[in-house]
Design a protein around this ligand. Structure first.
Ligand code: FAD
Ligand code: NAD
Length: 402
């Protein structure tokens, strides 16, 4: 019998964890496994806000893919996927190669949702990859370095659009980074403005009011200016236009970071999958509709919670659980067994506010301050352990727990 060919696209949370499960559960006579990723490294998307602010170096947050996979079992190809041809069961890569598969796992992650806001694509940064995060860090640092030559106030203004998790976690890092930059470049910290613009009435929508208040008061005490009930309407080369009701205001800023929402990788809809906000609504066994050979997981997929009727938020927590079910179901297909339905268990959520503060809900219990910070570190460390065992945890983990 022909050996099955399994092709995994993307080596973020979804792709790498599916690959690790598959390499453990399938013998080499049963299937060949190929993993394709743009970069030679895997990174924790959940830590990119630290790299973007400059509070943690990107090398702490990335690991060579070939160090964590079994290269005797898995073929790794560093390349960019350009098209998925499901009818032909083929994938085209940027360097001209065509890969064939029997089973496909699409785990290509997210891209920023810009909602057609004029100028955002051209004039703002987004926290979406190591390369983008590094660009943000370097831009802020260079702008501060140039300040004494040009002396424009807007050089020291950083606007963050959106006060969801990403926006708030980034702002939390900035309040730690800015004093260091001010010292380095002899800048009066009073001149620096960190502005967070949010369309809704509160930051961190979805959290209990007391947790939101805690986060808001902490960040405000560290100098963050909040513009709530304020829409970022346009982005320009020298700032943004925001609107509160009918009233519009222009804020001049050399740095604008957009964290106003995410959608699935557009390659997925361009390849003909039916999508909502770039995400494929997968069946309970994680396969794409009308395609028994393609699994879609992570931020490219959408899955509904049967109890609430609402979609699960795109998160690493959900993606890691999907990866396990996806691998089990590929094995079941190979063995002609029944597929299992995904069961998502949301254990909790923690939002960091820099390295010293955080808020969260874990197993239904609200946490703030040091306890929430500790919980966040445990979550991050647990993932590293799952990915590369004790060795990787000791190398890359957040080991200073208190
Ligand atoms: P990703 O992890 O983003 O991986 C996608 C991979 O595909 C990447 O390696 C990318 O390089 C690769 N790729 C993309 N396009 C191509 C292509 N064309 N060809 C080849 N390779 C390609 N969730 C939580 O649960 N907890 C958190 O604390 C948390 N914090 C977050 C903080 C930030 C700043 C952000 C942005 C998100 C956070 N999330 C968090 C959400 C979480 O990171 C995502 O839900 C998760 O990364 C989704 O996993 P994924 O595998 O779908 O995508
Ligand atoms: P989000 O969609 O959660 O938040 C975007 C925010 O931007 C919203 O509050 C929205 O009201 C606001 N917004 C949208 N358009 C706007 C406009 N024009 N002007 C002003 N504000 C505007 O997006 P996110 O924060 O990038 O998070 C994406 C996903 O990643 C979430 O589902 C989340 O679960 C996950 N995530 C989790 C964590 C964590 O668990 N710690 C951290 C980061 C991200």
């Amino acid at each position: 019998m022909k050996k099955a060919e399994i092709l995994v696209l993307g080596a973020g949370y979804g792709g790498i964890m599916t690959t690790l499960h598959l390499q453990k559960m399938l013998a080499s006579e049963e299937a060949s496994i190929t993993l394709v990723n743009k970069h030679p490294y895997h990174y924790q998307t959940t830590l990119l806000h630290e790299n973007a602010a400059g509070t943690a170096h990107q090398d702490q947050n990335r690991v060579n893919i070939e160090e964590v996979i079994d290269t005797k079992r898995v073929t790794f190809i560093q390349d960019e996927v350009t098209t998925i041809l499901t009818e032909k069961k083929q994938v085209l890569l940027k360097n001209g190669r065509t890969l064939s598969y029997d089973y496909l796992v699409v785990a290509l992650g997210f891209e920023p949702a810009t909602f057609g806001i004029p100028g955002l694509k051209e004039h703002s940064f987004c926290i979406r990859s190591i390369n983008e995060a590094r660009k943000i860090r370097e831009h802020i640092q260079c702008t501060f370095a140039r300040y004494h030559h040009e002396k424009r106030d807007e050089m020291l203004t950083i606007v963050v659009g959106g006060a969801g998790f990403t926006g708030i976690e980034f702002v939390g890092e900035l309040v730690e980074r800015v004093p260091v930059l001010c010292k380095e470049f002899d800048i009066d910290p009073q001149k620096v403005r960190i502005i967070n613009v949010e369309a809704g009435p509160t930051i961190l929508p979805g959290f209990a009011p007391e947790l939101v208040e805690y986060a808001y008061n902490y960040l405000k005490s560290r100098g963050v200016e909040f513009y709530l009930k304020s829409m970022l309407k346009a982005c320009h080369s020298d700032g943004v236009t925001i609107a509160q009701g009918e009233q519009e205001e222009i804020i001049k800023a050399d740095t604008v970071v957009w964290t106003g929402g995410v959608q699935g990788n557009s390659l997925v809809s361009q390849s003909g999958f039916p999508t909502q906000r770039g995400r494929v609504e997968v069946r309970k066994d994680l396969r794409a509709p009308h395609d028994d050979h393609t699994f879609v997981i992570g931020d490219c997929s959408v899955l509904y919670d049967q109890e609430s009727g609402r979609p699960y938020p795109p998160s690493a927590q959900v993606t890691i659980q999907q990866a396990e079910t996806c691998a089990n179901n590929i094995k079941a297909l190979l063995k002609g067994e029944a597929l299992q339905d995904i069961k998502i268990e949301i254990k909790g959520t923690v939002a960091s506010l820099g390295s010293e503060e955080a808020i969260g809900v874990v197993f239904g219990k609200m946490l703030v301050g040091k306890k929430a910070v500790l919980m966040k570190k445990i979550i991050d460390n647990r993932y590293l352990f799952m990915l590369g065992g004790l060795g990787l945890l000791l190398k890359k983990g957040k080991l200073k727990l208190f």
